[in-house]
Ligand binder design. Structure first.
Ligand code: AR6
Length: 196
């Protein structure tokens, strides 16, 4: 499996090329939509593999806390159903509309609020997909910079997580994240990079 690791404070940042629904972290993050009723992409995969319990909990959230849907940038938590991950944190990334409609700030909020929720639930390990870069059309280079910088800024202030994983589905996306992460986190501890 294609993986990279970057230490930051006490937290290990990992990049993995693979399937988010296979992660055994305390939580995986779902790139959901405001309805929380499932969809395509990673959202569809999570509900398919996680089973009906996740949807039941999402329906409860819609009936109580977020009756008009989960706003872009916010995050909520459910159990992980049949997944290996114990929890799913559902967040909604922005739809790309050219970049001048607050998309960068909203994408950063989606990452930040997911991390905050993980910490407030006392979780230690969390795995993210590349939020908004599929159906929502956010350009992956820009999105990968926001994802990595937002996580770095958060971990510099809050030193409570053991591992943050970015799970990239394709080799192409993994390669983009790898380059950006090296710039943002400053170094890599893999053999390949230390030999270079
Ligand atoms: N594991 C890891 N990454 C995945 C997986 C997986 N199993 N499946 C897809 N990806 P998307 P968005 C990648 O479209 O852009 C849904 O219908 C995918 O290659 O899942 O935030 C929701 O219900 C891409 O890089 O999420 C919303 O309506 C990344 O995950 C809408 O799509 C995000 O792609 C949200 O769109």
């Amino acid at each position: 499996m294609n993986t990279k690791e970057f230490p930051i404070g006490k937290t290990r940042i990992c990049l993995i090329q693979g399937d988010l629904t296979d992660m055994e972290t305390d939580a995986i993050v779902n790139a959901a939509n405001p309805s929380l009723m499932g969809g395509g992409g990673v959202d569809g995969a999570i509900h398919r593999k996680g089973g009906p319990k996740i949807l039941e909990e999402c329906k409860h959230i819609r009936a109580t806390e977020w009756r008009n849907g989960l706003p872009t940038g916010k995050a909520v938590i459910t159990s992980g159903g049949n997944l290996k991950a114990r929890h799913v944190i559902h967040t909604v990334g922005p739809v790309w509309q050219g970049g001048n409609r607050g998309e960068p700030e909203l994408l950063a909020e989606a990452y930040k609020n997911s991390l905050r929720l993980a910490v407030s639930e006392k979780l230690k390990t969390i795995a993210f997909p590349s939020i908004s870069t599929g159906a929502y059309g956010y350009p992956i280079r820009e999105a990968s910079r926001i994802a990595t910088e937002t996580v770095k800024d958060f971990l510099e202030k809050v030193d409570k997580l053991e591992t943050v994983v970015f799970v990239l589905f394709s080799a192409h996306d993994f390669e983009i994240y790898r380059k950006v992460a090296k710039e943002v986190f400053g170094f890599s501890i893999s053999d390949e990079d230390s030999a270079a």
